[in-house]
Design a protein around this ligand. Sequence first.
Ligand SMILES: Cc1ncc(COP(=O)(O)O)c(C=O)c1O
Length: 402
Amino acid sequence: MSKLSSKCVKESIERRTTKPHQLPIYATSSFELDSVEEGMDIFKDPSKGHLYGRFSNPTIDAVAEKIATLEAHGTTLTDEWGIMTSSGLSAITTLLMAELSAGDVILTQGNLYGGTTELIKNRLPQYGIGCILVDLTDVNAVKEALQKNKDIKAIYFETPSNPALDCIDLKKIAEIAKAHKVITVVDNTFCSPVVQRPFLFGIDYIIHSTTKYINGHGNSISGVMIGYGEERRKKVWSTMKLIGTNCNPFDAWLVNNGMKTLALRMKQHCSNALELAQFLNDHKGVATVNYLGLEDHRFHDLAKIQMDGFGGMMCFEVAAGSANGYEAGIQVMNALKIGSLAPTMGDVDTLIMHPASMSHLNVAPEIRAKNGISDSLIRVSVGIEDIEDLKEDFDRALQLVS
Ligand SMILES: Cc1ncc(COP(=O)(O)O)c(C=O)c1O
């Protein structure tokens, strides 16, 4: 190659000497092959190498594998795998598309994350996949639904639910599902693998919006599907590759950075949430507090069995007195200084949200009401700030309306 323009075009030669201490970002859409034979080999067996960025990428694969390892922690699994996707919702869509066909039915709950409810109720039926909503905390209702409808192929759920914090018995649901040869999929976003590991209780698949706790810093959108066994991995991976829901290396890399402090962060989220919940419980400006760590919570005992700590999510209703509850709730949210009004959760800083006008706006009002999402409910994703600052700020905001 003698011409200047050709030298410009040619990719630089990587001069790597020692191993990078931190995971590199492989910003490449494709991977170069040494020979046609090598390409044929990888096309036949994708585990032999990388070909194209939509299929796999070393940065993304490393992060997905690490999340799978965390979810498998404490189990006897040796063949767990993770596949990252472009968002939490694309992880859900990809997994359900991989496992279900027209004619199949999903058994699920009414109080899922609003986007997931919309997907399952409004979009999947366009492709012939139906759904039945039951209260999954009622084990008999689950058994009855499975006996009545032989088209149910998957039980999909969140525990604790968003934002009502209902806990579903992971072990019991996994046992019933296995007896009916139905797969179980759990969205574990609310807990992260530090606080809850559904594989320990016999669940088949776990998904996360890694946008939330696993990243923890609110600077990327991504998701992950986690399962075990090579057959399932191939089915899910080939679906991801064909519908193009792959993650991108930069977002995966940001998730990797966040994960290093995941255990530390979750510990602080849990202890701050417990202390704030106790504080609000005693506050005259608050009507009700919903936090799993409070001993009188109806799911406290189940949470103690299947979770390590009670998480960083809580809800409360403002005591409006004679005022309109909706208005009072909004006044408190607008008055809070430390809590940012943002439609996400799981970041290091405290986030407040009004489900009725934000995440659950497109969920039918009757489904909202049935699932404890009142107009005055405020959801708090408790951050890792100093707890005294948090208490002071909530107290000040509540004084304004009480
Ligand atoms: C519990 C839960 N699952 C899934 C999602 C969807 O995740 P993403 O926004 O990354 O698509 C969200 C988003 O808020 C969520 O709260």
